[in-house]
Design a protein around this ligand. Structure first.
Ligand code: SF4
Ligand code: SF4
Length: 378
C-alpha cells in the first residue's frame, strides 16, 4: 500500500498504487434541487451504450430515490455498515476508508458483490417519503421539511483513487492520463467481477453474454470532441454541468467546476469517506435534514445550502447556475457581464449566453381594450 493525499477527506490514506494524477480530470456537478426523476439521462445513456444482449439490466446512469432507493439495492447502506458509517473530526475524516478497512484483512478493497435480484428493479416503488405521512390540507412551511425524499442521479465518478482499478487482479481497469476517464479494457477482462465487488458506487456491471465487466465510459468520443456526455446534454431539468476539475490549490475561479467545488464550495462529492476521491459533485437538496446530508456528502453541507439559498443576491453564482444545461459544448470558462452569464469553450469561443434575470411582465387582470379577463397575467 502507498501513502497518498486525498483532499476530500483532508488527510493521507493508504491506496494500492502511488498517486498518478492525469493531465486534466473529467468532472461534473449535479444540482439535486432541480432533478425531477424523469430518467431521460438513464434512457439516453441506455440507448447509446447498453442496448445490446447481456446489457438488459445495465444502467450506467441511474436515478434513485433517497432515502430508500438504490441501484443495486442497498449499495451504500451495506458498505457504510461495513466501514462503520463515517466519523468526521471537523473537515478531516476520522473513520476508515474502504482501502484502510480492507488492509485489516489483507485485502486491497472492502466491498461486496450484490445479488442478481438487487439489480432487477431500478427505481421501482422507491418514491417513499421519510418522516411521517402526508395529511389532507398539510402545508410545509419550513426548511428542512419534516417529510422528504429526493432524486439522486448517479454515473461512474471517474475517481482519482479508483477502487475498480485497485480491485482488478488482471489490471484490466485503467485511468487515462490525458483526461482521468476510467475504462475497462475489454480484451484483458476475464469477468472476475472484482471491480463490481470493489467499486463502492457499484458502477461496473457484469455482462454474462460476453463474460466481461463494463462501465460508464464518460462518452469519451464526445468528451474528446469538447462536448457534454449524453446524460449531461439531454438532462431535462438542466441539472448537470460537465468540465475539468483542478486540484484545490490550483483552483481557477473562472472554471465553472472549480468555482462550484473549490471557490463557493456548494458542490460536494458522494460519500467521500469511501476514499476514492470521486469526481462527480452534488449541490445538496435544501429540504433534507443536515445529518442525512452530512453522511452522504461529508461536512460542509450546511454552508453549501446557505450559499445556494443566497444565490439570488450573488450575481456570479446565480449566473453560473443559469448556465447549467445551456449548451452541448463543454464550458471551460465563464463570466457574468452586465447581468448576462457567458460560457466559453477551451478555444475562448462563446458557447452559451443567458440573462441572469428573465424579463418579467405582469399584465392587467382585466384587459379594457379587449374587454376580457386574463387567467394568466405573467
Ligand atoms: S465510481 Fe467505481 S467504477 Fe467508477 S472510477 Fe470510481 S471506483 Fe471505478
Ligand atoms: S434527465 Fe436530469 S432531471 Fe431527468 S432524471 Fe436525469 S438528472 Fe434528473
Amino acid at each position: 500500500m502507498e501513502d497518498v493525499f486525498n483532499w476530500q477527506i483532508n488527510r493521507n490514506m493508504k491506496y494500492p498504487y502511488s498517486a498518478a494524477m492525469p493531465e486534466k480530470q473529467f468532472a461534473a456537478v449535479f444540482d439535486i434541487n432541480k432533478c425531477i426523476g424523469c430518467q431521460t439521462c438513464s434512457i439516453t445513456c441506455k440507448t447509446t451504450w447498453t442496448a445490446g444482449r447481456g446489457q438488459e439490466y445495465m444502467f450506467w446512469n441511474n436515478v434513485e430515490s433517497k432515502p430508500y432507493g438504490g441501484y443495486p439495492l442497498y449499495w451504500d447502506s451495506k458498505l457504510l455498515e461495513k466501514i462503520g458509517g463515517g466519523k468526521w473530526n471537523n473537515n478531516t475524516y476520522a473513520g476508515k476508508t474502504i482501502f484502510e478497512k480492507a488492509a485489516e484483512e489483507n485485502k486491497s478493497v472492502e466491498g461486496f458483490l450484490p445479488a442478481l435480484e438487487d439489480w432487477s428493479y431500478p427505481n421501482m416503488g422507491e418514491d417513499e417519503i421519510y418522516g411521517g405521512s402526508v395529511t389532507q390540507g398539510m402545508h410545509i412551511e419550513s426548511l428542512p421539511h419534516p417529510i422528504w425524499f429526493f432524486y439522486l442521479p448517479r454515473i461512474c465518478n471517474h475517481c482519482s483513487y479508483p477502487a475498480c482499478v485497485a480491485a482488478c487482479p488482471r489490471k484490466s481497469v485503467y485511468k487515462r492520463p490525458e483526461d482521468g476517464i476510467v475504462l475497462i479494457d475489454q480484451s484483458r477482462c476475464q469477468g472476475y467481477r472484482q471491480c463490481v465487488a470493489g467499486c463502492p458506487y457499484k458502477k461496473p456491471m457484469y455482462n454474462a453474454t460476453t463474460n466481461r465487466s463494463e462501465k460508464c465510459v464518460a462518452c469519451y468520443p464526445k468528451t474528446e470532441a469538447g462536448l457534454h456526455t449524453q446524460c449531461m446534454e439531454h438532462c431535462i431539468g438542466k441539472v448537470r454541468i460537465q468540465g475539468w476539475i483542478s486540484p484545490p490549490d490550483k483552483a481557477d475561479p473562472n472554471n465553472p467546476i472549480d468555482y462550484l467545488v473549490h471557490v463557493k464550495k456548494i458542490a460536494h462529492p458522494l460519500y467521500p469517506q469511501f476514499g476514492t476521491q470521486p469526481n462527480i459533485y452534488y449541490i445538496p437538496p435544501i429540504h433534507v435534514p443536515s445529518p442525512y446530508l452530512t453522511q452522504m456528502f461529508g461536512t460542509g453541507v450546511d454552508a453549501a445550502i446557505k450559499a445556494y439559498k443566497a444565490a439570488p443576491s450573488d450575481t456570479t453564482l446565480k449566473g453560473l447556475l443559469v448556465l447549467f444545461g445551456s449548451c452541448a459544448e463543454l464550458m471551460t470558462k465563464f463570466e457574468v457581464k452586465n447581468d448576462i452569464a457567458i460560457g466559453y469553450n477551451s478555444k475562448g469561443d462563446i458557447v452559451a449566453q443567458a440573462p441572469i434575470q428573465e424579463p418579467h411582465v405582469i399584465r392587467d387582470h382585466y384587459d379594457k381594450a379587449r374587454d376580457v379577463y386574463r387567467l394568466d397575467v405573467t
